[in-house]
Design a protein around this ligand. Sequence first.
Ligand code: NAD
Length: 514
Amino acid sequence: MTTQTAQSTATRDGDPDTTGDEVITLDQSTGDELARYRAAGPEQVGAAVQVARTAAGPWWDLGFDGRAVRLRAWRREIARGGEDLAALIHAENGKSLEDGRAEVLSVLGHLTFVLDNVERVLGRREIPAPAAMPHQRAWVEHLPYGVVGVIGPWNFPLGTPGAIVIHALAAGNAVILKPSPITPGVGVWLARSWRRAVPDLPGAFQTVVGFAATGRHLTTGVDKVAFTGSVRSGRAVAADCAARLTPALLELGGNDAVVVAQDADLDSAAAHITWGALQNAGLGCISLEVAYVVDAVHDTLVEKIAAHAGRVHAGSGDDDLIGPVPLPAQIPVIRHHVADALRRGATAVVGRPADGGTDDRYVQPTILVDVPPDALAATEETFGPVLAIVRVRDTEEAITRINASPYGLGSAVFSRDRGEDIARRLRVGMTSVNDALAFSQNAGLPFGGRGHSGHGRKHGDEGLLEFVYPHAITVHTGPTPTPTTTFARPPGAMARALAAARDRLDADDQTERN
Ligand code: NAD
C-alpha cells in the first residue's frame, strides 16, 4: 500500500542514524501523500543558524516594547489563519479539526501570557545592598542565550513546540524550529506567518525540516536546545548537548497516573479520567495512563469509565472523537503493552485489542482492569488510547507507587476532602485535582517533569526564565567605611565582623526561645 511506503521513511524517526533527502507527509484521514519537503542537511542548518545569529542582536535591541509590537502582529496573523492551521494539523496528525483548533487557541493563549508578563518576569530587578556594602547599588538583568533550537514532536505539532518558540522569542532569542518529520507543515506554516507579521526581522524565527539527523545538526550550532520527544531521543540529545556544554530543556515522556480516593465524586472522576486517557487517541505526554483506584470504589468507577469509553471511537469521520495513530512504529508498542497486561491476568472491559480491524492505524480504546502494578501498561509509557486500572488498598499505596516511578510528569487526584493533601505528596511536575490535564490549559502554570520525564520547564514565568541567564551587576557608588574588596581592609576587620555576627545570631536564638 502506498500509504505504508510513504510513511516508512518516518517510522524510523528517533533513530539517530536515520537519513533521507526528502520528508514525505501524509493526509492521515485518507492515507494519501500530502506534501514533500527537502530535508535540511548540515549546510542548510548551518546557514539558518547564521541568519539567526545576525537577527538575534537586532531582535534583542528592540527591547520589551519593540518585541511586543511584533509578537502582537504575529498573534493577529496566527488568529486570522487559525482555520487553515487547524486544517493542516488535522491533515498531518489525524486529530479532529476541533482538536486542531484547540492547539491554535493554546498558542494564542501563550502569546497573550508572554505579552502580559515578560517584562515583569525578565525586567531589571533591584537587589538591596547588604549592610556591610552600603556603597553598592545592585540589580539583576536577564540576557537571552542568543540562538535557541527547538525540536518538536508530532503529537501536539503546534501547541507543544509553539509555546516554547513563543517563550524563547519573548525572552529575546532568535529561534529555529525543527518540527517532527510527521508534521513539518505546521512548522513551515508558523515560519511563513512570522515572515508576514515581522518583515523587518524575518530571521528571528525560522523552521528547518528533516529527520533526527537535521535535529542533531541543529543541536551542534545553537546556544540552547529545547527538545520535546521520547526518552530515548532525549538521552541522545542530552549526550550531544553535554559534549558542547549546551544547556538543554528536555520535555520527555510520561506515564501519568491518577489517584481515586474513596470520597471521590465518581461520576465526575469517570468523565474526566476517560477524557484524560483517551483524548488525542492517548497520544499525549500527559495522557492518563494508569489509574490507581481504591478497592472500596473500584468496581463502581470501572463501570462508569467503561460506559464513557465505550462511546469513544477512533476514525476520521465527523463523529469520531479520536483519530488514527500517525506513527506506525507506535502501534506494536501499544499492542505489546495490552498483550502483556492480559497475559498477566488483566481483563479488557472495553476494547478488543487483538482485533486490528481493516486499517490498524485506527487503534480503538482499551480499558484494562485488574492490571498487575508491574505490567508494562502500568509502568511504561504506552502512548495510545489505553488506560490501565490498578486496584489499590488505599491512597497511601497509590502515592507510594507513583513516587517510585522513574517518570514524573503530570498526574490527577480525585477526592472530595483530601485532594490537595494527596496532590502535594506526589513527586511530579503537575497535578490536577478533581480534573484531568487542566494544568496544561493554564498558560501561567509551569509545565515539565522530573526523572525520565526530563528537566527544565516550559509555560508560565518559569518558561520565560528557561530561555535567559541572569546577569548580576553591582556598582560601586561611593566611599565605604570598611573596604572589603581591597587590601586596604583593616587588620582584624573580619574577626570583629565574625564575632559580631555570632553575637547577633545568639541574641536572635535567645529571643526566639523566650
Ligand atoms: P521522537 O523522540 O521520536 O522525536 C521528537 C523530535 O526529535 C523529532 O523532531 C525528531 O526528528 C527529533 N529527534 C529524534 N532524535 C533526535 C536526535 N538524536 N537529535 C536531535 N533531534 C532528534 O518523539 P516523537 O515520537 O515525535 O514524540 C512522542 C514523544 O514525545 C512521546 O514520548 C511523548 O511523551 C513526548 N512528548 C513530551 C512532551 C512534554 O512536554 N514532556 C510533549 C509532547 C510529547
